[in-house]
Design a protein around this ligand. Sequence first.
Ligand code: AQP
Length: 330
Amino acid sequence: MERLLTGLQPSGSLTIGNFSGGIRQVIDYQKNYETFLFVPDMHATTVPQDPYALHRNIKSAVGLYIACGVDVNLENMHLYIQSENLYHANLSWILECMTPFGELTRMHQFKEKTKNKEGFSAALATYPVLMASDILLYDAKYVPTGIDQKQHVELARNLAERFNERYKGDYFLMPEPVIPQIGAKIRDLKDPSKKMSKSAENTKGTIFLLDSEKDIRKKIMGATTDSDGIIKFDEENKPGLSNLLTIYSVFSGLSVDEIVEKFKGCGYGELKKSLADLLCEKLTAIQARYKEIMESDIIDKALDRGREYTEKIAREKYELIRKTVGYGRI
Ligand code: AQP
């Protein structure tokens, strides 16, 4: 079985954007690939985190993966926490030594996350290398992701190629990003020029998977649209409305064309109300499963099994790479 790998950082509570770009794809592909689904908790500390909240968000993220439909009973499903495996950071160091600093500071996410900020951590520049390490340690062929992380998977490809060329061997497999056709960038509901983010300062534009029905309705009904009143998918001129149509498609399984047809001649209010109903139905079902999962031992069992399995693979790869670069004794 070819390998597929992805992770969602526990830097806050997961959003419908994280569902759309990350979790949804794992659910679609989980039966066909050996799946490595991890919690990249080390990525979350690129910005300051409250330790208790971080612990809580890690467990919550795993609970949500499972509640959304990740099947921990599949033998080929491996769930684990990044920081419980020391080889991620060790390989990252080796790769960092092969990465020009300028390559990191030119990245879109670095520019976005440091805009108008001072005193940010060096890790905001280097975390894409840790992400490359997360991927390359396991010879993952496919990396499902939203559009924002595509450039980071490209860095992982560059590093794999650079290492293989420098040390003349097939040490790392070239990973490929897997971007969904629809929903690769869910936008902020209040400011559709931005992507929806779990750590956005204004939470009115973000729908969290654990939001209450009241909040979901309020956020959808208050979403920024435009004033021409015509329901049409046009990301350039109608980014707010197109975003709502995209979210509708992700959660209903209907194509955007089918949704436009369904709401032909209706006002934006009608579309918004129907979308709010749909999200409330889907998210309350996820929340009910989540509650049961959080009260059971499913999470710990899955994480223990995943840690044991993935640590062995990571250790073998790291030992090979460590010797190849000349670390330690002959
Ligand atoms: N708005 C989005 N639309 C589609 N996909 C998205 N992803 C994130 N936001 C959207 C995808 O979710 C997966 C996990 O991302 P992450 O949590 O590891 O990091 P992120 O991309 O930085 O997500 P956030 O929500 O924006 O987190 P913060 O606010 O902490 O930076 C990835 O596949 C990502 O593409």
